[in-house]
Every structure is written in structure tokens, then in C-alpha cells.
Design a protein around this ligand. Structure first.
Ligand code: 6GU
Length: 240
């Protein structure tokens, strides 16, 4: 079999959480088909005492426990040969977005460190030059669900995972606008009509309608995305 296009290496205290949902649907099919590969490593293997201790109380006091730097460093050393960026999943990290997902999909793989408890000793994160990434402004009980999310977003961009329909959706997100709402048959459902234009067969008018809708919905639902869209329009026009 040929080398996978991308490999995820996951350092976790809960290897049984993988592949989890990534074993189903498109991600699962492409995993079984060898388009991408998944390796998990149990951080507890790298504990050095007989009690297999991986954590300790935070210096300076406070709630919860912190993953020990020596244990995490030994786990990272064990995967030193794995290609690609090292990501520590933490709500303190850079917010995940589609440009970062695309960047990860261009690499040969990514190493993910999943924290549990309150977190990981910062010295090992800094010493290894890890990228810190968050999937949004809420608190998960560990980095595993965040890693699953990042991997799902990357895998669907790998060549051969999705058809050209969904890759078109990816391109349209590139304009920084939300997708317009979708409808299917019947046109009259419980007395509620789908927009008439969509049944007209007039492709140019439909494309115009979708553009107007995308702009209108982005303005009302995501004023933050709309402002960024306007900014990029301005800088695009200055380039020309
Ligand atoms: Cl990456 N980890 C945890 N524990 N919670 C999060 C997160 C990551 N991103 C958002 N919330």
C-alpha cells in the first residue's frame, strides 16, 4: 500500500477515544482506504514511577492537576520522527479557522497533544515550540474532542476524500461569506414555499440570488465575518 497523504499522531491519556466518530462516514472510509492514518500513544506509558503518575498539583496552588513536563517530554521524544507541526489543544490557543485547517492539510501530518485535568506544564509546550490551538470559546473536559474536530476538518480536504461538490463549498467559504439556505422538493411543504427563483431553471439568476442571500445572511448572522469580508474586498481592490 502507498504512503498515506496525511498522518495524525495523538498523545492522549484516553487512546480509546480514537478513532471514535472518525471511524464513520467520509473520514472512516478514507481511513480504511489508507488516504490518511491515525496513531495514538498513551501518555501514561511514559510515567516513570511505579504508580504511573502523570500529573501533580499546580505550583502556587489552585484547583485540579497539571500534566508533568518530564512525562509529556518523553511522549513527545517518542514521536520525534513524525512529520508536521506539533499542536497542543487548549482553550488558551489560537482559534481554529479554515486557513489553519488548509495549512495542516498541506503538511505530511500533525502531532496532537491532548491535555486533561487543568492542563500541561507550560515549559514543555514552549520548549517543544508547540502551536497552541483552541476550537472555540467554551471549555471541554479535555483536548480529545478538539483533536477529533481538527482532524475531521483536515481529512475532508485531502485529495480523494470528498467529491467536487463539497470542495466547491470549501471554495465558496473562501469568499468569507456564509452559504445561503438550502431547499429541496417538494416546493410546497406544509404550505411553505421554497423560493420561486430556485425552481425557475434560470442559472444566472439563481447564482445572483445566492450571492445576494449569502451577503444578507452574513450581515445579519455574523457581523464579524461581514466586516472581515468587506476588509478583504478593500485590500483586493487596492492590489489591482
Ligand atoms: Cl483545544 N481544549 C479544551 N479542553 N477545551 C477547549 C478547547 C480545547 N477548545 C475549546 N475549548
Amino acid at each position: 500500500m502507498t504512503k498515506p497523504a496525511w498522518q495524525a499522531t495523538i498523545l492522549t491519556l484516553f487512546p480509546e477515544m480514537f478513532p471514535g466518530p472518525l471511524g464513520a462516514s467520509l473520514a472512516g472510509k478514507s481511513l480504511k482506504g489508507g488516504i490518511w492514518a491515525l496513531k495514538t500513544l498513551d501518555i501514561r506509558q511514559f510515567a516513570s514511577d511505579k504508580h504511573r503518575t502523570v500529573d501533580d498539583a499546580p505550583l502556587g496552588g489552585g484547583v485540579g492537576m497539571v500534566l508533568k513536563p518530564d512525562v509529556v517530554a518523553a511522549a513527545l521524544d517518542h514521536v520525534a520522527e513524525a512529520s508536521g507541526p506539533r499542536i497542543y489543544l487548549t482553550p488558551r490557543g489560537r482559534p481554529l479557522d479554515q486557513p489553519l485547517v488548509r495549512e495542516l492539510a498541506q503538511a505530511e501530518g500533525t502531532v496532537f497533544l491532548c491535555g486533561r485535568y487543568e492542563g500541561v506544564d507550560q515549559r514543555v509546550i514552549d520548549a517543544a515550540g508547540m502551536m497552541e490551538v483552541s476550537i472555540g470559546d467554551y471549555i471541554l473536559s479535555g483536548g480529545e474532542m478538539a483533536a477529533l474536530t481538527v482532524i475531521d476538518a483536515v481529512v475532508r480536504l485531502l485529495p480523494g476524500v470528498i467529491g467536487k461538490e463539497a470542495s466547491h463549498r470549501e471554495e465558496s467559504f473562501e469568499t468569507g461569506l456564509l452559504e445561503p439556505a438550502l431547499y429541496t422538493q417538494p416546493r410546497d411543504w406544509n404550505g411553505i414555499q421554497a423560493p420561486e427563483i430556485l425552481a425557475s431553471g434560470h442559472h444566472r439568476k439563481i447564482a445572483e440570488w445566492r450571492q445576494v442571500e449569502a451577503e444578507r445572511e452574513t450581515q445579519t448572522r455574523r457581523p464579524d465575518l461581514w466586516q472581515r469580508h468587506l476588509q478583504t474586498q478593500v485590500s483586493e481592490s487596492k492590489k489591482q
